[in-house]
Design a protein around this ligand. Structure first.
Ligand code: PLP
Length: 439
């Protein structure tokens, strides 16, 4: 009997034994193509020797030194390399252990910035419906996934949620893409004015929505307008690129494609690529300087901030990414994946939308293509598809539709950046077989 507390108490998961490129291999030797990179984590696949060696080298030198006393070479070097490639005036990096910690840190930094900037009344956070920012209580409060929030609602601070930019489901038939983008961005300004423009501390969003909607990119111009509105009212823009950042969309940072920069940027997953748990919050020079000139102390912190071994892994991952221009490779492989997805599934009676960027794609299922009516969530389609795909040797990331009927079941594909075209074809064969079994 196992003493591990698993994600699902009654699931009998196989034991993952080894990794080989894009494949995870279980204890019986069965190979699974990692079509979701875990949860968009394993961007370099599972056996990158450069990263493994960097971890071993760092362990031989030093495993841990507390950041209350020391900095470390890998943390300094990783911060330098991130900032050299980061958008806008992002200037400082705060290393944590994962995505939720990065988001928690961002929320608290935004609040502290305003206090030290002489505006302590700024305390409201605005985020978006159908978003996911993590499972710790602050991050969960920011997220707009009704199902994940439901039972913890009494523990969550108040956060306003406006509409996401979800063109497939929510654009009116007679509305241009630009008008739609403008309309949903306008919800931010309306909410700021409703709350009182000098009481809002930050707006948080995922540039390409991951875990709740399934790789939904914004329409052109949406983030330009969002940036303008934030600037107009002194509201900080926090972009959560925990899932869509670090090359996943074919740009090192997803917001690079929008031509804007945030005040605070959260990254994780692809930063350590699964080799070590690491996340980071990047903040602008203005925010850092304000705190440095004020209390000189961010009222936050975890034991494993800037962990040297995790930072060494992150540094090796980023060097691998930049030395091999993997974002460009993601763009070309992504075009191949898109073409194949559309060729195979574009006319499928129960596929309503195929959308994404780079190697980050969502396939949304509908009961009726014309009306875009989702399947009844009680059918559990996404879960069945996950099981069938897994049995066929494909790891993909399923997401159930929301119970409010706003979006249907979908499956997220986020394969490793090193996947070959033949491997992607093999993954789509598995997905097609699974779909034929389930739908
Ligand atoms: N933010 C986004 C956009 C995510 O997709 C996730 C995880 O899926 C998180 C935050 C939370 O990250 P973690 O699971 O590492 O805490």
């Amino acid at each position: 009997m196992s003493h591990v507390f698993p994600r699902h108490c009654h699931a009998a998961n196989p034991t993952a034994a080894t990794g080989d490129g894009c494949f995870v291999i279980d204890q019986n030797g069965k190979r699974y193509f990692d079509g979701s990179g875990g949860a968009a984590v394993s961007c370099l696949g599972h056996s990158n020797q450069r990263v493994a060696q960097a971890i071993k080298d760092q362990l031989d030198k030093l495993a841990f030194a507390h950041t209350g006393f020391f900095t470390s070479e890998p943390a300094e070097a990783l911060a330098d390399l991130l900032i050299a490639n980061a958008p806008g005036d992002l200037d400082r990096v705060y290393f944590v252990s994962g995505g939720s910690e990065a988001v928690e840190s961002a929320i608290k930094l935004a609040r502290q910035f305003h206090i030290e900037n002489g505006e302590p009344q700024r305390r409201h956070l605005i985020a978006r419906r159908q978003s996911y920012h993590g499972n710790t209580l602050g991050a969960l409060a920011a997220g707009g996934n009704a199902w994940r929030r439901q039972q913890f609602a009494p523990l969550l601070v108040d956060v306003s949620h406006i509409a996401p930019c979800y063109e497939y489901a929510e654009r009116n038939a007679d509305e241009s893409l630009a008008d739609y983008g403008h309309r949903v961005a306008q919800e931010l300004e309306d909410e700021i004015l409703r709350l009182g423009s000098d009481t809002v501390m930050a707006f948080m969003a995922e540039p390409v929505v991951g875990a709740t909607l399934g790789a939904v990119p914004p329409v052109e111009g949406y983030y330009t307008r969002i940036r303008e509105i934030c600037d107009k009212y002194g509201v900080l823009l926090i972009l959560d690129e925990v899932m869509c950042g670090m090359g996943r969309t074919g740009h090192l940072f997803a917001c690079d494609a929008e031509g804007i920069a945030p005040d605070i940027l959260c990254i994780a997953k692809g930063l350590g690529a699964g080799y070590q748990p690491i996340g980071a919050m990047l903040c602008s020079k203005r925010i850092y300087d304000t705190i440095a000139a004020g209390t000189g102390f961010f009222q936050h912190g975890h034991t494993y901030l800037g962990h040297p071994v995790a930072a060494a892994a992150g540094l090796a991952v980023l060097r691998e990414m930049l030395d091999n221009d993997l974002p460009a490779q993601v763009q070309s492989r992504g075009q191949y994946l898109e073409t194949q997805l559309r060729r195979r599934f574009g006319q499928h009676a129960h596929i309503g939308d195929i959308r994404g960027r780079g190697l980050f794609w969502g396939v949304e299922f509908v009961a009726d293509r014309e009306t875009k009516t989702p399947f009844d969530p009680s059918l559990g389609l996404a879960g069945k598809l996950k099981k069938a795909a897994f049995a066929n040797g494909l790891i993909c990331y399923p997401m159930p539709g929301t119970r409010d009927g706003k979006n249907g079941d979908h499956v997220l594909l986020a394969p490793p950046f090193i996947a070959t075209e033949a491997e992607l074809d093999g993954a789509l064969d598995c997905l097609e077989t699974a779909m034929n079994e389930v739908i």
